[in-house]
Design a protein around this ligand. Structure first.
Ligand SMILES: C[S@@+](CC[C@H](N)C(=O)[O-])C[C@H]1O[C@@H](n2cnc3c(N)ncnc32)[C@H](O)[C@@H]1O
Length: 285
């Protein structure tokens, strides 16, 4: 089982950790594809090796294969936790406030007037550390007259925990309009210096939980708007079709689906109709 790290690879690598062989890369590539649907090109080998080598070192594994076999085969709680940890390390979580601002303009100018007076439920379906959901929350709190609730989900439990905290380095506040910063963000003091936190008034209406887009998503409930942005790019056509069909089951007829502007639903689904770039409406049946 656990061996002390030797600092030398049994496969001939040198330096701070073991080298990742092509066969070992294939084991992790398969794991992330089978679990999350994420396709990893061979060019991602250095990325996998970089992200996981510290875990190997910390846990005392001499090779990637031994580490993989432990998280893949063992059913003990520590191995299951570490499997989730490995998945967390293999996802790419880049996100920021007011990313792709045309979507938030569409929410303000087209959706909110349409929702006037109604209670709505919105879903950030690959929410990462929460910036997308809280951006939406700022727009809703300022403009929507009526109840609203936002749920954020992600396969990575690490980012779900960060999103729930809703606390970010001050540098992340760059894209947030001054007025929203003033109204919805609290500057950290003392030990929280250099950070800001989303006001509890917004955090109360935004909740986060882990969810895999390939699995049953009915616990999310039915939604008026779903943001499924900058996650489809990691999927092949087969996974994209399944994920989009799965997600659309939670979209009310007449509801809105947004994907990233670099993503396309061409050939993926005929359940929604485009209304502007990367923005779709589900036809009422
Ligand atoms: C690049 S981030 C996008 C964040 C945000 N939607 C945005 O556009 O800024 C992609 C997120 O998708 C998540 N993800 C990848 N595969 C997933 C899956 N099968 N189920 C749920 N989340 C997934 C990753 O963990 C990551 O946090």
């Amino acid at each position: 089982m656990n061996q002390q790290a030797t600092g030398k690879s049994s496969e001939g690598g040198s330096g701070v950790g073991p080298a990742l062989s092509d066969a070992e890369f294939e084991l992790f590539r398969r794991l992330i594809y089978d679990t999350a649907g994420i396709s990893m090109a061979p060019s991602k080998k250095a990325l996998i090796s970089g992200r996981l080598s510290k875990r190997l070192r910390d846990l005392g594994y001499a090779t990637f294969r031994e580490y993989f076999q432990w998280i893949d085969k063992s059913k003990d709680a520590a191995a299951l936790r570490e499997r989730q940890n490995a998945i967390d390390h293999l996802t790419t979580n880049e996100t920021y406030f007011f990313r792709e601002p045309r979507h938030f303009e569409f929410v303000e100018q087209r959706l909110i007037p349409h929702w006037a007076g109604r209670s709505v439920r919105l879903w950030s379906a690959a929410s990462s550390s929460g910036e997308e959901a809280y951006t939406l929350a700022m727009v809703m709190e300022k403009h929507h007259r009526g109840g609203w609730e936002i749920v954020g989900t992600d396969i990575s439990t690490r980012v779900v925990a960060a999103a729930t905290r809703g606390q970010y380095p001050l540098a992340r506040a760059n894209n947030i309009p001054r007025e929203h910063l003033k109204n919805f963000c609290l500057k950290g003091v003392g030990e929280h210096n250099g950070t800001f936190r989303i006001d509890s008034r917004l955090r109360r209406k935004v909740s986060f939980r882990p969810a895999n887009l390939r699995e049953d998503l009915s616990a999310v409930g039915m939604c008026d708007l779903i943001m499924l942005r900058n996650v489809l790019i990691y999927f092949d056509m087969d996974v994209k079709k399944k994920v989009v069909a799965n997600v659309l089951r939670q979209l009310k007829p007449g509801g809105c689906l947004m994907v990233g502007h670099a993503e396309s639903l061409h050939g993926v689904t005929s359940e929604v109709k485009p209304v502007q770039p990367a923005t779709y409406i589900k036809e009422a049946k």
